[in-house]
Write a new protein. Structure first.
Length: 263
């Protein structure tokens, strides 16, 4: 698979707006060639022309909410950009965090596609990225379940070197807010990466004082929210990460069941 086929084959809405500008700077002449060829998905900043409505003639989007269907490539590029922010959050690029990103991409996409992605990632890390603008584009265009998947991956990167710094937590929290993710969802995913007495309750987004019936109700709600099928449109490569969240919800519920002695 050539770099050109990789970057152009599975990307939809992310070729427009601030994310498209970042990609353009990262891959340089390749985007210029696409612009010369008349690609309708290249942003105004690359072509100097007025950008066409990114929703026009785009298949598989929600007409009422005007949200196009997020493709695997859209998720991949969004992840690369947000990961570059977290990698630099503590003022250095730890090799363990870089290795985590590379390995995760190999697990999801295979060696060849992962190599292309990591090459693009290294170019993106050299840029000064406006996380607010990027996140607002993702919030507008990406479904909630996929945004939760992004957040889960970012915590994984921060934890890859064995220690999550305050600056990394602050960056992830800020990104979460810009992505339109609620505090409860943020705390739920954060709790999946920490060991504490109340983590099981945080994962289920409930207080320790709630009734057994409320625990059962919360479990059903969270199991539905984090079910791998919710991100099935991203492809099989993203099922593993979704299954990890789902498994942790199940383990949290089983922990509370054992603690309280109910079935």
């Amino acid at each position: 698979m050539s770099f050109a086929k990789w970057i152009g084959g599975a990307i939809g809405w992310s070729f427009g707006g601030p994310i498209g500008a970042i990609i353009g700077l990262a891959i340089g002449s390749f985007v210029d060639n696409m612009a010369d060829a008349g690609s309708p998905l290249i942003g105004e900043r690359q072509t100097g022309q007025k950008r066409r409505d990114p929703y026009r003639r785009m298949p598989n989007y929600d007409k009422q909410r005007r949200r196009p269907k997020t493709q695997s490539g859209d998720f991949e590029v969004s992840l690369l950009i947000l990961a570059s922010i977290i990698i630099k959050a503590d003022g250095k690029q730890d090799q363990r965090e870089l290795d985590f990103v590379r390995q995760q991409f190999r697990n999801m996409y295979g060696k060849e596609r992962a190599n292309h992605a990591f090459d693009l990632f290294k170019r993106i890390t050299k840029q000064n990225v406006s996380k607010r603008q990027v996140c607002l584009q993702i919030k507008q265009m990406m479904d909630h379940a996929s945004r939760l998947q992004l957040l889960h991956f970012l915590f994984g990167i921060a934890k890859a070197d064995g220690h999550v710094t305050e600056r990394e937590i602050k960056e992830i929290y800020t990104i979460s807010g810009h992505l339109g993710i609620s505090n409860k969802d943020y705390e739920s995913i954060k709790a999946m990466f920490y060991n504490s007495i109340d983590n099981a309750y945080k994962i289920l987004e409930i207080d320790k004082s709630v009734s057994d019936d409320a625990v059962k109700k919360a479990y059903r709600k969270m199991a539905k929210k984090y079910h791998p099928d919710r991100v099935g449109h991203l492809g099989k490569e993203h099922q593993e990460g979704a299954e990890e969240k789902f498994r942790q919800v199940q383990e949290a519920y089983e922990h509370i069941q054992k603690e309280r002695g109910f079935k």
